[in-house]
Design a protein around this ligand. Structure first.
Ligand code: ADP
Ligand code: ADP
Length: 225
């Protein structure tokens, strides 16, 4: 099925072709890695799914709906930025609230939802801290909770482990994978790290020079684990 899809996508920045005939279909509930070397067009694909960039040609589908002319806030996506983009002057609690207030929800519903999310990411005891008082992994969890707050259909993550210490990466990947699976959300993340893609993803889309070179399960692409 075509839960998330790109069909015949082309994108140029000036004369530079960042996406050349990009096509893929993703099934609901999968965790998918966009894997490729720096400059291969991964982030461009993610940003076009989010509506932060627009293709010159082709169609984009989110949750089965064509979204080409739909603004980012209405696409049903959550976005975790590479540096997490948390608000330094806001507590953990308020950073997560921010993911919801754009929807003008009832304050009691907001509070209940934030407490649910704090529980999901295991940060209930740190809800009054500021981002500057957290580890990289804890900041990632806050960004993750904030992105999930409005119950998006699809979660997009740009290099979610770029700011994480090598020593704790493995543990945090396992945590993120388990937590994504628990929430059941279709997720797409960008990485240049093959080991990370294999460890986290159900399916891998390999990008090279603006094109999709391969797509399949880690086993299909790299053989038996
Ligand atoms: P990746 O995420 O795989 O590193 P990107 O999608 O970020 O690749 O970039 C693909 C190419 O497009 C790179 O060569 C990059 O320099 C170029 N590019 C990306 N964004 C812009 C932009 N806003 N303006 C001009 N060139 C860009
Ligand atoms: P308002 O005053 O706008 O109705 P709330 O009463 O919902 O807002 O919450 C105000 C602030 O109090 C929140 O943004 C948050 O920082 C803090 N807060 C609310 N509920 C909790 C809670 N259960 N635990 C910790 N902080 C909370």
């Amino acid at each position: 099925s075509q839960y998330v899809a790109m069909e015949g996508i082309y994108k140029q920045y000036g004369n530079y072709e960042a996406s050349k005939d990009v096509n893929f279909h993703i099934t609901e509930g999968k965790i998918v890695a966009l894997l490729g070397p720096s400059g291969s067009g991964k982030t461009t694909i993610l940003r076009m799914l989010a509506g932060l960039e627009h293709p010159d040609q082709g169609d984009i589908y989110i949750a089965g709906k064509r979204v080409n002319s739909i603004v980012p806030a209405k696409r049903g996506i959550g976005f975790v930025f590479q540096n997490y983009a948390l608000f330094r002057h806001m507590t953990v609690f308020d950073n997560i609230v921010f993911g919801l207030t754009v929807q003008k929800e009832d304050p009691n519903i907001i509070k209940k939802r934030v407490l649910e999310l704090l529980d999901l990411v295991g940060l209930a005891n740190l809800q009054d801290r500021y981002p500057g008082e957290l580890s990289g992994g804890q900041r990632q969890r806050v960004a993750f909770a904030r992105a999930l707050a409005p119950r998006p259909d699809v979660l997009l993550l740009d290099e979610p482990f770029a700011a994480i210490d090598a020593k704790v990466k493995h543990e945090l990947r396992q945590w993120l994978k388990a937590t994504i699976k628990k929430s059941g959300i279709t997720s797409i993340f960008v990485t240049h790290d093959q080991e990370e893609a294999v460890e986290l993803a159900d399916e891998i889309i390999v990008t090279n020079n603006g094109r999709i070179e391969q797509m399949g399960t880690p086993e299909e692409i790299y053989g038996q684990p």
